[in-house]
Design a protein around this ligand. Structure first.
Ligand SMILES: *Cc1c(COP(=O)(O)O)cnc(C)c1O
Length: 221
């Protein structure tokens, strides 16, 4: 089941779009099914769960932390995390930088933008991102690398609204790229799209989709 579902998602992705297989709440056996057909990038949204899975599973898995991250938990994932998707404050970025330094690493990060019309979703505005990227604090960080942006569309059946929100995020991506990362070839990730909306996200310029239930089945919380 998982193998077929993974393959069918992969078959839909154009070249240049990376799949993060979102394995949150799913057991190690499920992850290994996907691993056995070649998937290496997995996404988790809880620090404790990701640490446990990292310890138990093959070490060539690249773990992406995709959910909201509390500063006091950064230290647990800093030794191994491959990418942190939801950086939404300078304070969090500073802590990531500090813990990455402690581990002699440079950690790839995405700035999370607020694009949904829902209060509950985290993320920066374009003004806040600009402020962060022009701050002295940011300039002095040497153990993080901002490689792109991430966002989540509103949970709605209104396809046009979802498309508009992804379109907005792509515009922010181009703006941030031009203003702050023009000559930085590492800045190229636009993480948008989940099981319900990744096709739209790809049409709007996504380079990284985070797909869970379409591969692993519905989650039981
Ligand atoms: C759970 C989650 C996903 C995957 O959701 P699906 O609808 O199961 O594909 C993607 N991104 C984030 C941030 C998530 O928390």
């Amino acid at each position: 089941m998982i193998k077929e579902q993974l393959q069918s998602v992969l078959n839909e992705l154009p070249e240049g779009v990376t799949l993060v297989a979102v394995s949150k709440t799913k057991p190690n056996e499920a992850i290994m099914e996907a691993y056995d057909v070649g998937q290496r990038i997995f996404g988790e949204n809880k620090v404790q769960e990701m640490v446990a899975k990292h310890e138990a599973l093959p070490k060539d898995i690249q773990w992406h932390l995709i959910g909201h991250l509390q500063r006091n938990k950064v230290k647990y994932i800093a030794p191994f995390v491959a990418m942190i998707h939801a950086v939404d404050s300078l304070r969090l970025l500073k802590e990531i930088n500090k813990q990455a330094d402690n581990n002699n690493r440079i950690i790839d990060c995405l700035l999370q933008f607020h694009i949904a019309d829902e209060e509950s979703k985290f993320g920066l505005t374009i003004e806040e991102a600009h402020e962060l990227l022009t701050s002295v604090d940011y300039r002095d960080m040497h153990n993080i690398r901002i490689v792109g942006l991430m966002g989540m569309a509103t949970f709605t059946d209104d396809i046009q609204q979802i498309r508009n929100e992804f379109h907005t995020l792509k515009n922010y991506f181009d703006l941030v790229k031009n203003n702050h990362f023009k000559d930085d070839e590492n800045f190229k990730v636009l993480s948008m799209g989940m099981s319900g909306d990744y096709q739209i996200a790809i049409e709007e310029g996504s380079t990284m989709v985070r797909v869970g239930s379409k591969i692993f089945g519905e989650r039981n919380y």
